[in-house]
Design a protein around this ligand. Sequence first.
Ligand SMILES: NC(=O)c1ccc[n+]([C@@H]2O[C@H](COP(=O)([O-])OP(=O)(O)OC[C@H]3O[C@@H](n4cnc5c(N)ncnc54)[C@H](O)[C@@H]3O)[C@@H](O)[C@H]2O)c1
Ligand SMILES: O=P(O)(O)OC[C@H](O)CO
Length: 339
Amino acid sequence: MEKVTVFGAGSWGTALSYVLAQNGHDLLLWTHRQEQADEINGHTNERYLKDVRLPESLKATANLDEAVAHADIFVLAVPTKAIREVSRDIRKRMTKKGLFVHVSKGIEPDSLKRISEMIREEIPAELIDDVVILSGPSHAEEVVQEHPTTVTAACENTQAANRVQDLFMNSYFRVYTNTDVIGVEIGGALKNIIALAVGITDGLGYGDNAKAAIMTRGLAEIARLGVKMGATPLTFSGLSGVGDLIVTCTSVHSRNWRAGNMLGKGKNVDEVLDEMGMVVEGIRTTKAAHQLAAEYKVPMPITEALYAVLFEGVKPENAVEALMGRMKKNEMEDLIDLL
Ligand SMILES: NC(=O)c1ccc[n+]([C@@H]2O[C@H](COP(=O)([O-])OP(=O)(O)OC[C@H]3O[C@@H](n4cnc5c(N)ncnc54)[C@H](O)[C@@H]3O)[C@@H](O)[C@H]2O)c1
Ligand SMILES: O=P(O)(O)OC[C@H](O)CO
C-alpha cells in the first residue's frame, strides 16, 4: 500500500481520493479551505459531488505541511491555472523525492507549456521520481457511483506508469499504460475545446449531424497539432484521445459541454462562468491552442472559430457560418501527414 496525498478537493480530486481510499492506500486529501476539509472528514463534499457518501478512510486536511510530509506519491488535481502555485508550495516543504501524478487537462497560455512541463519547471529534478499523467474518459460523478471507467497512465518510464496503474486499478476503475506523454496531455487538454464547440452547436439547436462533424474534424485538428508537437498519431485513437473526446462532447456531466451549450443559447462568457461555479478548462485552453496553432503553423479551424466567439465577440451562429463557408478541400488532405 502506498502513502498518497491528493492536492485539490474539487470533483476530480475527491473522486480519485474515493478510489484510492477504497483501494486501501494511506490517503490524505488536501484542500486550501479548512471548512471543506471539515466537511470531507464528515464524509461528504456536497458542492462538488452531490449526494455522495465518501469512504470512512478518506481523510482530508487543510494543513499543507502535513499533506506534503504524509506522501511518497503526490497527485495534483487542481485546475491548470493553479498547477504552478501548488507545485511551488509543495516544493518548499519537500524533504525527500516523490512520484508526481497529474490529472488536470490544460495548456498554459503564453508559455504554451503542458502540465508535466510546468511541474518539472517548478520542482527540481532531484525531488522528482517521475511525472505520470492520468487521463481518459472519466467523469467524477460516475466514478463515485462505481460505474466502469477506463483511463491511461502515461510516462516514458514504464515502471512509474505501472506503479500508477497498480495504485488506481480496481474492479470499476481500469487503468492502461502509455509511453506517449505529449499525445496523452494534448488529447486530454484539447478535447475540452471541441466539447465547448459541440455544446455551442447543441445550444444553437443544430442537432447530431453538426455534433458528429465537430467531433470528427475536431479530432483531426487535435491530432494534426499533437503530431507536430511530437505525439504518436495512434494515441489520438486511444482513451485520452477519441475516448475522452466522446465522453466530454456527449455527457451531461461535462462542464465544458454545458458551458458551450449556454453560450449557444445566448449567454456571454462571464454569465456562463458565474453559473458554472466549477472549472471550465477549455476556455483558457482555447487561447493556448490558438497560440500553438500559430507557432506550429497548423490549421485549426474549429479552435479558431471558438476563439473568435470567446475572445473576439463573434456570435456563435456567425462562427458556424464562417466554418461552413471555408474553401473546399479533400477530407484527408492534412491527415496524410500523420501517417
Ligand atoms: N471533474 C471531472 O470529472 C474531471 C475528470 C478528469 C479530469 N479532470 C480535470 O481535473 C482538474 C480539476 O478539475 P475538477 O473537476 O476537480 O475541478 P473543480 O472545479 O471541481 O475543483 C477544483 C478545485 O481546485 C481548487 N483550487 C482552485 N485553485 C486552487 C489553488 N490555487 N490552490 C488549491 N486549490 C485550488 C478549488 O477550490 C476546487 O476545490 C481539471 O484540470 C479537470 O479538467 C476533471
Ligand atoms: O467536465 P469536464 O468537461 O471538465 O470533463 C471532465 C473530464 O475531463 C472528462 O473526461
